[in-house]
Write a protein that binds this ligand. Sequence first.
Ligand code: GDP
Length: 401
Amino acid sequence: KIECMPKFKSTQEILRIIGNKDQIRNFGVIAHVDHGKTTMSDSLLAASGIIAPSVAGQALALDSMKLEQNRQMTIRGANVTLLYENEGKDYVINMIDTPGHIDFTGRVTRALRAIDGVVVVSDSVEGIMTQTETVTRQALEERVRPVLYINKIDRLVKELRLDGPAMQKWLSNIIADFNRLVDLYAEPEYKEKWKVSIQGNSVAFGSAKDRWGFNFKMAQKLGVGFKDVYEAYTAEGTDKIKALAEKSPLHDAVLGMVVEHHPPPHVAQKYRIPKIWPGDLNSEIGQALLNCDEKGPAMMMVTTINVDPQAGRVATGRLYSGTIKDGDEIYLIDAKRPGKVQSVNIYMGNTREVVSVLPAGNIPALLGLDYAVSGESISTVKTATAFESIKYVSEPVVTIA
Ligand code: GDP
């Protein structure tokens, strides 16, 4: 049964789940332009999002059209938090906005620092394109683990007229192309481990537009396959396509891979911190970062600044160590100035909710830091080493109306 209405969850429940780091995932979506990143992200939010208590009543009152617009808008924001149940276990999955293209302000790299895995979206007809290669390369160089989602499978039937076996052959070439990138750009110890495969459940296929998708495990469990896809798109009408979306929803295909292959924060930080943080690993902060230790000094990197008409500047990013709470006196390491956290928030679905305190491994949205820019390192230790030194240039700020 497809869930059209997101679940209602209390903030307490979300906080309880993230109390166990094994149940957290921080990931991003990267793609060549027009391959379907927005449509796929939106379908994840639509099907497995959560509605924050503050908008629960309001959401019910909104018609689906408005809900849809609301999603589209905030998918391009800072963070969307999804709640996903997999094999009887709840996961809080943060989908952090990753700009789709390379620009001169280094925003892609910054966003990549906050995540531990990426879903690479590729159009089934176009395959691996230049931007797919550039962003995948960057992810691999940052030790961010990829899984592959091949989108627009409907085009293989409707435009290329491929049947089941022909589709499979076509798609195996795309997978091989992708693995060539892993071979080329991953560091030696990850070259084999991070290659994707159908049997390894690290590749999914689907149509984001029609909201169906499957990975290997789902194909086995549900008995779906390329034959069904061929039949769905050669049949009269859309009934078979809708049935496929109900039986085999896209969000299960994608989030199933995320949960299985993207590491939780404390596992990822062990090998990522030495790569992304230039400080002394034996120092107190170094150890706290490596262990994602909520008892250590707080250290966070801002990935996105939003300007909210009510709340003002909202700095969202990854908290790598320590615990951050309302009223904390912190330092903006790059700006070399102190700041005070007015309020600690988290995203529930695409809505910001006040939580007042949040431990390492999560994605806080902080109010009150008027001088923070994206890329800024925030710490409770004035002398902490920044994640990167950033040049203070003016850059676009996302405004959420
Ligand atoms: P982005 O630039 O990667 O964010 O791509 P979008 O999500 O905006 O999608 C680009 C275009 O592809 C839009 O017109 C979508 O409607 C269309 N699209 C997305 N998913 C599919 C799909 O599964 N099949 C087909 N045929 N079109 C799709």
